[in-house]
Design a binder for this molecule. Structure first.
Ligand code: SF4
Length: 309
């Protein structure tokens, strides 16, 4: 299978920038928002302590003790971009951004969409935190705006989800996808490569599984051991091996080959967390990781979708 023409890029995968250009004919940037949500996997509603790799501090804004309004966060985010050349998507990123009463969610999302040049929403959440009334709210926005729902999955293997204390299983993820698809919403899944106890085949299984569902985009992250997390403690005790950059690049290439060519690749590596990153050190250099992935795809003369069935 050759590289699809509709990507209109020089990459070996369908990157988000190319998708935005195809869809809107201009540059679109996602503006990160911390709207002050918590997470049911941290506050006891589902579990306590959260996923074992999760940095429980929230955004830098939250850490500083001052959480500006959604409108102010969008205004600050916009300053980094050329005013005339861009449109924006408000990315509700921190913790679980559907974890509140629907009236509160509506007020926050409305505030974001009322800002100039904001053409849509991207809502980061968990598969078990999408009751029908919240999905209906998002479907309502999707009639006039561009809406993504970003679902954390991390792995399709229930034993891994148990180990990392996700607080939901793979079946719940599938139910969430089924409830969202076909209603005008775009679905993005988050997965992690390098999770403890996972074989290469487990990673490829997750890719195959995700590829077979009605999912429009993916974020692929490398596992990070962060100070202050349970995973960080396990790493310090020598209980968690971290994969090498080369291995990560090879597994990302495997995943990309198995995904459908039209799935938008929103992210290929984790970044940030420099202040608390314990390992792997290579994850600090995002450009270097992206180069390693590109080199691996070149070496194979391969691209996204090459082994998609
Ligand atoms: S679901 Fe997300 S926010 Fe909640 S504990 Fe896990 S990683 Fe953290």
């Amino acid at each position: 299978m050759g590289k699809p023409d509709f990507w209109k890029n020089t990459k070996r995968y369908y990157d988000l920038k190319s998708y935005w250009r195809n869809r809107f004919g201009c540059t679109v940037h996602k503006l990160q928002i911390d709207a002050g949500f918590t997470c049911p996997n941290r506050d006891g509603r589902v579990a306590t302590g959260g996923c074992i790799y999760c940095d429980g501090r929230g955004s830098k804004l939250r850490q500083s003790g001052l959480l500006p309004s959604v409108a102010d966060q969008i205004a600050s985010g916009k300053k980094y971009y050329k005013p005339s050349a861009s449109k924006f998507v408000a990315y509700f990123q921190t913790f679980t951004n559907t974890y509140a009463r629907v009236e509160k969610l509506k007020a926050l999302y409305d505030e974001a969409l009322a800002q100039e040049d904001v053409i849509g929403l991207s809502i980061g959440t968990r598969p078990d935190c999408l009751p029908p009334e919240v999905i209906d709210l998002l479907v309502g926005y999707a009639k006039q705006h561009h809406v993504w729902v970003e679902l954390g999955l991390q792995s399709a293997a229930d034993r891994t989800l148990d180990f990392i204390n996700r607080g939901h299983n793979f079946g719940q993820f599938v139910k969430a996808v089924e409830a969202l698809e076909g209603r005008g919403l775009n679905i993005c899944v988050h997965i992690i490569i390098g999770l403890p106890g996972e074989s290469d085949e487990d990673v490829r299984d997750t890719a195959r599984t995700v590829a077979a569902l009605g999912i429009n985009g993916i974020k692929i992250h490398s596992l990070l051991a962060l100070d202050g997390t349970k995973m960080g403690e396990m790493y310090k005790q020598g209980a968690i091996p971290m994969i090498s950059k080369e291995k990560y690049a090879s597994l990302v290439a495997d995943v990309l080959e198995l995904l459908p060519p039209e799935m938008v690749i929103q992210r290929l590596t984790a970044d940030g967390y420099r202040d608390i990153l314990l390992a792997p050190a290579w994850a600090q250099n995002k450009l270097d990781v992206l180069n390693a992935i590109n080199k691996e795809l070149e070496r194979r003369n391969s691209h996204q979708g090459m082994r998609f069935r």
